[in-house]
Design a protein around this ligand. Sequence first.
Ligand SMILES: [Zn+2]
Ligand SMILES: [Zn+2]
Length: 211
Amino acid sequence: MEIKTLQLGFFGVNCYILQFDAKCIIIDPGADGQKIIEYLESKRINPLMVVNTHGHYDHIGAVPEVAGQYEIPFYIHPLEKDTVTNPEINMSAAFGGSLFSISAYQLIDQNTKSRLSDLGLEIFHTPGHTPGSVTIKAGAYLFCGDLLFQGAVGRTDLPGGNLAEIKKSLTKIRKMDKNLNLYPGHGQQTVLGHELDANYYLSDDFLGKDQ
Ligand SMILES: [Zn+2]
Ligand SMILES: [Zn+2]
């Protein structure tokens, strides 16, 4: 698997293209659809699907353009339906200046999971930033969206955000292999072990000791 990171749009969202030979999946095509399409064309790779970590506007802005261009499905967690369909909840009303919602989406189910598992990918429900936030694991790589960043944590003060939930999700993450490479929704890539040492939001002080 090869990973291409495209930093897109005003919010600098990290769109990840996970390439498997001549095929790929796209995570969080948040803006600049043409840049994504140009990259795929230049490499002659065919996307199989779009899978999103969550449905905020900065992560879904180019979904219709990219999914439409290749006629591929767009997958979200079932609890993320309101986020992608409601401009107040996906923050496009607040951030984008225009109301944005997506009607063509599919909910991740057992079939989706087995399709992803054929590619060596696993999906974990990691709510807190939004109700249906997920983390996608591809071997030694963890695509965690806005759950966790280098030295920081996702906001829980937006619609659907929940501090207790994000603490539970972070507790799951901190039990994982320290060597995992974290690929967050914004900013730099990092390594879980480094964050365990340096990120307050993975500490006992924030999460409590016995979890
Ligand atoms: Zn977000
Ligand atoms: Zn974001």
